[in-house]
Structures are given as C-alpha cells and as structure tokens.
Design a protein around this ligand. Structure first.
Ligand SMILES: [Zn+2]
Ligand SMILES: [Zn+2]
Length: 332
C-alpha cells in the first residue's frame, strides 16, 4: 500500500440543488394497456388549486369578465381596444415574470429553497443581448408580448365578424367544460411538434438557439426567444377557427404561454410565501431540456418523449442515457 498522501478529490459539483422526487414520471394517459383510473386521478391532480393550471383558468375567467374589450368593439380594427389588450397583457407579463424575478432572484425571499440550479443569471456574457441574461430575457419577452397581443386581437376581430364560431356556457355546457380539460393537452401537442421542429438543423442554429442560451432559466427566460419562435409559439390559438369556443378558452390557451412560460422557467419548483410552502410554479421536466437539450421536448402530459425515447426522468441514469445518445449521433 502506498503511503503517499493523495490530494483530496474535489467533490463533483451537484447538478441540481433541488429536484422533485425522482424519477419524474410521464402522465399515464397514453400507457398501453390503458390505465383509465390512474389517468383520471392524474388529470384531477393536474388541476391542483395551488398550481398554475387552475390559476390560469381563474385568470382567464377574470380577464374575460373584467379586462377584455367588448367583442362588439372589435368589429373594426382600432387603436383603442387593441391598446387595451396590449396594456393588460403588458401588465400580466410584467406582474408575473417581473414579480417572480423580484421575489425569487432579486430579493431572494425564499433563499435557495426549491431552486433547481444555483447558478446565477449571467452577467457580462457576450451571448446575451446587452451582455446580461436578465435584460436580454426581458427585451425578448416584450417582443413576444407583441405577438401574444396580435393573436389575441385576431381572435376578437374574428369573433366580432363571425369568422370564427363562438359558443356560450348556457347553450353548450358540456363542450364548454370538455374544452377546458382538452386545452392543456392541445397546448402540449402544439408545443411538442413546433419545438421538435425547431431543434432540426438551421432552424435550431438560426432560431431556437436564442432560447437555449438560457441553460439555467429565470422567470424572464420563458418568453425570451427569437421573434420567429415567439411569433409561432401562440399560433396554436388558430385552432379556434376550426373548433367552436368561448373567449375564456382563447384566453386560457394564450395564458399557457403568456403566464405558463414565465412560471415554468422560474427555476424554482415552488414558491414559499411567509416561509411556508405554497405554490407550485416550476417545471423540472422542461428544466432538464434546458440543461441537456436532447430530451423532454414536450410536456409531461404528451406521449412523444416516451414513445421516441427522448424522455429524461431526472436521474443520473437519465443523464448517462442522454450523453450516450449524443455520442452515437456524433460517431454516426
Ligand atoms: Zn429546445
Ligand atoms: Zn424553455
């Protein structure tokens, strides 16, 4: 046995400061053979009143009741009602992304509790506009805000002119409720295919690489992307030209991006208010995508990452699998 003293090995840096219980799992909706009971239970859980989905629905209802111009006014395009929509969206974006940023990263009101990755937002890094990750992210989020407003106004204009079919709760209560349940699945469907396409060839290097500058993400990173990406991100709203719906559905779908992206990129699994666990915000599934790229293109509710073997469950074995796949691609 040698008695020379070996220099102490520096412990490998922990990838995550916090993770939810691992392995994370995909929703059982698409399992074969079907698992109807588990699926219903999982779906009900996804509507947890202290998580984002439920809040986005409440926000959609409140926004429709009190903060949306009368559809009649949208018959002709005019500065007044379009500006009202823009201003309301501006306040939502600034309130959600800015509020979370101040709470979590600026004033650090919960320290590093529930924080996935401890690395700070980058400063002085040339890859970011203004050499500052937060300023870059804010700027490109405000660009995305223009398109968010565009798609929304297009829908109001179309409803007002009868180009898209509007339903009411009184006349179509069953479809009204069913559509609320289906919208998150539709949002995930569109997100997966659009996002998967953006990872192909030049589309990645020219467009989507902008969003991936954020290896660690903060609330402003959610909508920080190339304008081509932020333009098509909310293109899923155009489903309402085919599917009769109510403006609450339109707002609910738009909020999956306008509110859902800043919260899911917050970098924290939960908010602690007054030192107590309260609200689920983050999305570890997507956090893994930012860290490892070639995995978790969709959402935990969509089946394709499972079917195409790109699902990363957050475990070290998952890390190894992604690295292995990357090596195979290089050696092909
Ligand atoms: Zn991506
Ligand atoms: Zn992202």
């Amino acid at each position: 046995m040698s008695d020379t003293v070996q220099p102490a090995k520096r412990p490998a840096r922990k990838t995550w400061n916090y993770t939810p219980a691992l392995p994370i799992r995909l929703a059982p909706y698409w399992d074969w053979p079907l698992r109807p009971l588990e699926s219903v239970f999982y779906l009900l859980k996804s509507w947890n009143p202290v998580a984002m989905r439920f809040v986005m629905l409440l926000a959609a209802i409140a926004t429709w009741l009190w903060f949306t111009p009368d559809i009649e006014r949208a018959k002709t395009v005019a500065f007044g009602w379009v500006f009202e929509v823009w201003l309301r969206n501006f306040l939502i974006l600034t309130g959600v992304a800015g509020g979370l940023h101040l709470f979590l990263l600026r004033f650090r009101l919960q320290g590093d509790d529930y924080r996935y990755d401890l690395r700070p937002m980058a400063r002085g890094a040339k890859v970011f506009s203004f050499k500052n990750q937060v300023y870059d992210n804010m700027f490109w989020s405000f660009v995305a805000l223009q398109f968010w407003t565009f798609w929304e106004c297009l829908m109001w204009w179309s409803y007002a002119n009868g180009w898209a079919t509007m339903i009411t709760f009184d006349r179509n209560p069953v479809w009204f409720v069913a559509l609320i349940v289906l919208i998150p699945i539709w949002a995930g469907f569109h997100f997966y295919w659009f996002h998967r396409l953006l990872h192909v060839g030049r589309l990645y290097t020219w467009v989507h690489a902008w969003h991936h500058k954020n290896i660690n993400t903060g609330p402003w990173s959610g909508l920080a992307m190339h304008p081509v990406e932020s333009f098509f991100l909310m293109f899923d709203t155009m489903i309402f030209f085919l599917v009769p719906a109510h403006p609450i559905h339109v707002l609910f779908l738009l909020f999956h991006h306008g509110i859902g992206a800043p919260t899911s990129h917050a970098g924290f699994e939960r908010l602690k208010v007054g030192g107590r666990d309260s609200f689920e915000v983050g999305d570890f599934f997507h956090q893994l995508h930012h860290k490892f790229f070639d995995c978790n293109y969709g959402t935990w509710e969509t089946p394709w990452d499972g079917w195409f073997r790109t699902f990363h469950d957050g475990t070290p074995e998952g890390d190894a699998e992604v690295k292995q796949r990357r090596m195979q691609l290089w050696t092909k």
